[in-house]
Each structure stands twice: as structure tokens, then as C-alpha cells.
Design a protein around this ligand. Structure first.
Ligand code: FES
Length: 247
């Protein structure tokens, strides 16, 4: 048995949030998400959280999770093993929703602002020529350039962990800038200048304070902080080229 302490809040009924405590039986290999499903199925069916794929693919189950051996991180509940959180097979696991986003209920947050920022960077290929009838050819070497950033599943863990996103809701967030790098480096895309102008401002690149929480918490081991540094360099080179009349 382990104790799950789960953030509870219903804006329609509650003035402040609280933590509900639930005894959850577990065995080796069980995930935090399975623990939450146990609570819904056996203890309290009113608990609200999001999940879908259960395989770290859809990004819907990101939340803040801490345990005896783990001081708390934004992670995916579906690939966080209970045994990794407990010191001697027992203890308390505390679960809270993603930060900086309004709470719909319990662990479910309103992702509107998160996706509004994502949409603002034009997250699709912008080719200059008429697309070929069959396909754009991309070599394995060219594909490798976008391999890392393409793996981002937009779970929101980086956004929840970023204090800048917490203090400035207009900040585009690490996810938007990582995805900009993904399209910038794609050989099928030709909107490099436009992409830099979309993030090269005080809501984007220059709002980041290089705190690196996003890099520490990414459940897919990506490097949004590195992507932000790379995009800053690209912007500076573009400005220098412009000043020299070369671009
Ligand atoms: S349920 Fe899809 S990422 Fe966890």
C-alpha cells in the first residue's frame, strides 16, 4: 500500500483547493497513472485527470509528481513507476496539476493559452515552391537535424515548470520555441526569416531567463533550453547579416 495525496479543486464548489489522501495497493511495474485509475475505480469516481495513450505518446497526463525518493518534477503519470518514487516500498506520492494554467477540475487544466502560443509560431511547413506531386525528398542526414525536436509531444511539463511562464502569460513558452527550431531546421521549410521574427521579441526568445527547468523536467529528454539558445544565435547571425547587407 502507498498513500496518494492528490490535489482536489472544483471551481464550481470550492473556494480553495485541498489534497485528498487515498490508500492505493501497488505492485512492481505499476505506474502513477494506474494508481489514479485505481482511485477512480475503487475509491472516488469524482477525481478528474487526463490520460489517453498510456504510452508516453499523447502528452495528456503531464502533472507534478513527487515521492519519498523524488523531490517533485513535472512528469508523465503513465511512464512514472511507483517503485521509483518510494524509498522502501512505502510512503506518500503527491500529485498536483500543471502550473500556470487555469484549473478546470482537480488535475485537469485549461491548455488554451499553451496551444494559443503554439499556434502563433505557425507549426506547419511553409515551402516556397509549389509542393511536388508526390513528395518532398529528405535525406536521412537532413532528417537527423529535426530528429530531437520532432519528438516533443506538447505535454506542457516544460511550460508548467517555467517560472517565466508563471509570471508572464504572454511568454510563448519553451515548447513553442523548441517547435520553431524543428521547422527552422527542416529542409522542406523556407520561412526562416518569418519564423525568427515570430519568436525574436520580448514575448519569445528574450523573455527566457535561462533557468533550465524545462531541460530538467522534459519527460522525453529533449532540450528546450538548448533550442532557445540555438534560436538566439540564429537571430543574432541574421541581424548581423542584415547590417552587413548580406541577407
Ligand atoms: S497517457 Fe498519453 S502521454 Fe500519458
Amino acid at each position: 500500500m502507498t498513500e496518494f495525496r492528490v490535489f482536489r479543486f472544483d471551481p464550481e464548489k470550492d473556494k480553495v483547493h485541498c489534497f485528498g489522501t487515498y490508500e492505493v495497493p501497488w505492485e512492481k511495474g505499476m505506474t502513477v497513472l494506474e494508481g489514479l485509475w485505481y482511485i477512480i475505480d475503487n475509491i472516488d469516481g469524482s477525481l478528474a485527470f487526463r490520460s489517453s495513450c498510456r504510452a508516453a505518446v499523447c502528452g495528456s497526463c503531464a502533472m507534478h509528481i513527487s515521492g519519498e525518493r523524488w523531490n517533485g518534477k513535472y512528469r508523465l503519470a503513465c511512464n512514472t513507476l511507483i517503485e521509483k518514487l518510494l524509498a522502501n516500498g512505502e510512503g506518500t506520492i503527491t500529485i498536483s496539476p500543471l502550473s500556470h494554467l487555469p484549473i478546470y477540475k482537480d488535475l485537469v487544466v485549461d491548455m488554451t493559452n499553451f496551444f494559443r502560443h503554439y499556434e502563433s509560431i505557425k507549426p506547419y511547413l511553409i515551402p516556397s515552391q509549389t509542393p511536388p506531386q508526390k513528395e518532398f525528398i529528405q535525406s536521412p542526414k537532413e532528417r537527423k537535424k529535426i530528429e530531437q525536436s520532432i519528438d516533443c509531444i506538447l505535454c506542457g511539463a516544460c511550460y508548467g515548470s517555467c517560472p517565466v511562464a508563471g509570471t508572464n502569460p504572454d511568454y510563448l513558452g519553451p515548447h513553442s520555441i523548441l517547435k520553431t527550431l524543428r521547422f527552422y531546421n527542416d529542409t522542406r521549410d523556407t520561412a526562416k526569416k518569418e519564423r525568427l521574427s515570430l519568436i525574436g521579441n520580448n514575448k519569445g526568445l528574450f523573455r527566457c531567463h535561462s533557468i533550465f527547468n524545462c531541460q530538467i523536467c522534459c519527460p522525453k529528454d529533449l532540450d528546450p533550453a538548448g533550442a532557445i539558445s540555438q534560436m538566439k544565435m540564429k537571430l543574432i547571425f541574421q541581424k548581423i547579416k542584415g547590417l552587413m547587407g548580406l541577407g
